[in-house]
Ligand binder design. Structure first.
Ligand SMILES: O=P(O)(O)OC[C@H]1O[C@H](OP(=O)(O)OP(=O)(O)O)[C@H](O)[C@@H]1O
Ligand SMILES: O=C(O)c1cc(=O)[nH]c(=O)[nH]1
Length: 498
């Protein structure tokens, strides 16, 4: 089962968004295990027994809390620090975790050279479901771990450590590096495979990350830093929930105070925290409709969200929608430009876009796929390979040399062709392409595009005798970008007045 499904199930079954660290730190070992541990530690030869003491402790924590948390998070450093015996302890601890509870290995891995083997060991040998990574090696590092479609990475984007401010807040409060990290890794992978880790007792950073990544899972850390002692209550729980929850009241994992590891009855502490958090979530959810109904001129994110919201944001982030006066093929000048040709340079986005076209094509009847040059040729090629259909394309200009063909690729007269284009603006390119195909004895019924620019273009396609299908309407893109804070009100209005 994928990390994403496992986590959702664990949240639902245990009614908990709490994640518990499994850190065998001898310094905070409870007295019950401490005595035996201290005794063993007096002798070098008794190293194995010391590890046994730590395992008994970890196992007790797991057995006490497995019905109260949505994930466990062992910190790799505590285990590797003990050498070979520590790795043995890790293996035993992982094995004690019930298979339905996802494991997030807190490795903060940051070494590119060892990343392939690390991914293999963590995901295949240890069987963990997710791993934390340091972001500064960039997408190359993440890519090694993203080779596993059922697993996930948590990109560590903000730390509560005060001296980390020197880096993460650089160069300015308005455009700090950590938000750059969030924005950048939005295009590395979809929401099922890439989550964010934010360590802060102060909800501000969490809120900023959430506004840039409205759809991502966030693992909050260090929220206990300002709370008074024994860990039963988080001082600013409501603020943290308001800052970190997504528009659907989910998408957030909270840590249990590490005090839970040190006390005699961890179940009681975790249960009372879980109940407190759940009540606060319900109270938070009750507040939202009131805001939505009564605050005028403020666009809040629609609770239901667009099913392709994540993809829309990724398209925006890779520069597919820009706001500059641009000459269109029709000769008109628009104050924006939609450039879907950029998707081919980002494999994750390209793959997701092809998936959305494929859903539509699977419902249609045709013999071959035709792409409209040039913009849609890569997409049509991707679809031909994904759906296992032959590909052709009408040439934009017929060459004065070579085979001088109007249609490239093989076909039989009378076959039905589905036409694939990226965007319908005036509809001219798609209609002319379909007509060229028909002029060679083929039939065209359906034209499938990624974006319908609206303003009557689908009517024109119908009037020319074809059926238009679009993954997205420009108005849906506009709404999603505005609700997520990606575009200003002025830009929203620009795209609204087509
Ligand atoms: O509906 P329309 O008004 O025809 O506009 C949409 C067309 O414009 C773009 O192609 P473009 O002509 O820029 O050529 P390219 O794909 O070769 O870049 C786009 O790829 C569509 O095919
Ligand atoms: O030429 C156009 O009209 C045009 C093409 C395209 O890909 N995007 C856009 O906004 N306009």
């Amino acid at each position: 089962m994928s990390f994403d499904s496992k986590l959702r199930n664990a949240i639902a079954i245990n009614q908990s968004i709490l994640c518990l660290g499994l850190d065998p730190n001898p310094e905070v070992m409870p007295a019950k295990y401490r005595e035996a541990y201290d005794l063993e530690s007096k002798s070098e030869a008794h190293h194995e027994r010391m590890v046994d003491c730590l395992w008994e402790w970890m196992n007790f924590i797991i057995q006490s809390t497995a019905d109260l948390v949505c994930a466990y998070k062992p910190t790799l450093g505590f285990y590797t620090a003990m050498g070979a015996a520590g790795l043995e302890l890790l293996t035993k601890t992982l094995a004690a975790i019930p298979p339905e509870i996802p494991i997030i290995l807190d490795a903060k891995h940051a070494d590119l050279n060892s990343s392939t083997v690390m991914a293999k060991t963590a995901f295949e040998q240890w069987g963990v479901d997710a791993i934390t990574l340091s972001p500064y090696l960039g997408q190359d590092l993440a890519a090694r771990f993203l080779m596993y479609p059922d697993k996930a990475i948590f990109v560590s984007c903000y730390s509560s450590n005060s001296t980390a401010q020197d880096f993460q807040a650089y160069p300015s409060r308005e455009q700090p590096l950590y938000l750059n990290v969030v924005q950048n890794c939005q295009v590395w992978a979809g929401t099922e495979n890439l989550a964010l880790e934010v360590g802060s007792a102060n909800p501000d950073a969490l809120a900023k990350v959430r506004s840039l990544a409205p759809e991502r899972l966030i693992l909050a850390r260090s929220i206990w830093a300002n709370s008074q002692a024994t860990g039963q209550k988080i001082d600013n729980l409501t603020e943290i929930l308001n800052a970190g929850l997504d528009a659907n009241g989910g998408g957030l994992i909270l840590p249990v105070n590490q005090d839970a590891l040190t006390i005699g009855d961890p179940a009681q502490l975790v249960r009372s925290l879980r109940d407190e958090v759940n009540q606060a979530i319900v109270a938070t959810a009750h507040q939202s409709p009131v805001c939505e109904q009564w605050i005028p001129n403020v666009c809040l994110i629609d609770q239901s969200g667009h099913p392709h919201a994540n993809l829309i944001l990724q398209l925006f982030d890779i520069g597919c929608i820009t706001f500059e006066e641009t000459l269109q093929a029709s000769g008109q000048i628009f104050p924006y430009y939609i450039d879907l040709r950029r998707i081919i340079s980002n494999p994750q986005v390209f793959d997701a876009v092809i998936g959305t076209y494929a859903e539509i094509l699977r419902e249609l009847k045709f013999d071959r796929i035709a792409g409209i040059p040039y913009g849609s040729l890569p997409t049509a090629s991707g679809l031909a390979l994904r759906l296992n259909f032959p590909l052709i394309f009408p040439r934009k200009e017929v060459k004065a040399y070579g085979a001088r063909r109007l249609i490239e690729g093989n076909y039989e007269a009378g076959e039905t062709i589905v036409v694939v284009d990226d965007i319908l603006i005036s509809g001219k390119s798609a209609i002319e392409g379909a007509q060229k195909i028909e002029s060679c004895g083929l039939k065209v019924q359906d034209i499938v595009v990624f974006i319908d620019h609206e303003a009557g273009v689908c009517d024109r396609i119908h009037q020319s005798g074809y059926s238009p299908h679009a993954v997205l309407k420009i108005s849906e893109i506009n709404e999603t970008l505005y609700q997520s804070g990606r575009i200003t009100e002025k830009q929203f209005l620009t795209l609204s007045h087509l």
